[in-house]
Design a protein around this ligand. Structure first.
Ligand code: GDP
Ligand code: MG
Length: 313
């Protein structure tokens, strides 16, 4: 018997688009906050303190036939003296080499020489640049932004300028539309449900580091690192043991606090975020170790996984 059902003729399937999008800008303009809101999940730690982000973090957002792979970069720094600053500069530059789009984040009507330094490095790039003028939720009279838009347009004539509030997720859909237009036709690089390239261990260390920075504010320089020494996932319960590395005995005392008050707070704040991240109960063990001069030693950086082998690790 012949089968006279019509054979469906497949129209060419709509093409997928996929590419890397670097988020660059001076410290504290809101790059990590923007990344977290674009991928709708906390991928990159944030704080009021500059230099919170130390390594390039990939955040992946897939919707429909479009996959955007965001690279959150540590801000660029002018002080080259310390190994950690040199490292951060290299990472910030590396991230702009092989991307389809660059988002240059600036802060409402505040333009500084550091913004000009970032701009200088962008001029040589061949890929399109979008300027996200962030934190516009802080501006009541939006017309005060017009001069800064005009100034940016004269500095970067080909760039598209989008005012946004990363924190309040305002205008991010416009930014996404502009990004999508500029992405190449390509297969997806990551599975649709993956949101970051980082391991759970890395994310756990970052969350603990965020709580330390938030708890201590100006009391501690940023030379504090977290090393995950134990990570055991038993389904409903994840046991995490982490060493906090301080540079000096004095910092260790500050971290521990009066009767262990500080470290307890850091631990309970971190545990709440960790439980949300792993979606299970978390048993968290923290201790403080003194490892002097770690931020100035390139070898110590490598031992902590902060080497300069490029992004995408
Ligand atoms: P980064 O150094 O560029 O990664 O900046 P962060 O993302 O860590 O943000 C620096 C500070 O700016 C944090 O305190 C954020 O909460 C704040 N911030 C970021 N985006 C916005 C925004 O759209 N509006 C407001 N009011 N604050 C923001
Ligand atoms: Mg950051």
């Amino acid at each position: 018997m012949s089968d006279d059902r019509e054979i469906p003729v497949e129209a060419t399937p709509p093409e997928t688009r996929c590419g890397f999008v670097a988020i660059v800008g001076r410290p504290n303009v809101g790059k990590s906050t923007l990344l977290n809101h674009l991928v709708r999940q906390k991928i990159s730690i944030t704080s009021r303190k500059p230099q919170t982000t130390r390594t390039n973090v990939l955040g992946i957002h897939t919707e429909g036939r479009v996959q955007m792979i965001f690279v959150d970069t540590p801000g660029m720094h002018t002080n080259q003296a310390k190994a950690i600053n040199r490292y951060m500069n290299r990472m910030a530059q590396a991230a702009t080499l092989d991307v389809s789009v660059v988002i240059f984040v600036v802060e409402r009507d505040i333009w500084t020489p550091e913004d000009d330094a970032v701009l200088d490095r962008l001029r040589d790039l061949s890929c399109p640049v979008l300027v996200a003028v962030n934190k516009v939720d802080k501006v009541n009279d939006k017309s005060t932004l017009m001069p800064i838009f005009a100034a940016i347009a004269s500095k970067l004539p080909t760039a598209e300028i989008v005012p946004v509030s990363a924190l309040k997720s305002q205008n991010l859909h416009i930014l996404e539309t502009e990004i999508t237009k500029r992405l190449p036709a390509s297969e997806f690089i990551f599975p649709e449900d993956q949101v970051t390239d980082k391991s759970m261990r890395f994310m756990a260390a970052e969350i603990i580091r965020e709580k330390i920075i938030r708890q201590l504010g100006a009391e501690l320089p940023y030379a504090v690192a977290v090393e995950i020494e134990e990570y055991v996932d038993e389904g409903g319960l994840v046991t995490i043991g982490a060493a906090i590395l301080a540079e000096r005995e004095g910092q260790k005392r500050i971290l521990i606090g009066d009767k262990g008050e500080r470290i307890k707070r850091i631990g309970s704040d971190a545990r709440a975020d960790l439980e949300a991240l792993v979606d299970a109960k978390v048993m968290l063990k923290l201790w403080v170790k003194v490892m002097s001069g770690w931020s100035d030693s390139a070898r110590a950086l490598r031992s902590l996984g902060l080497d300069d082998s490029g992004f995408g690790r």
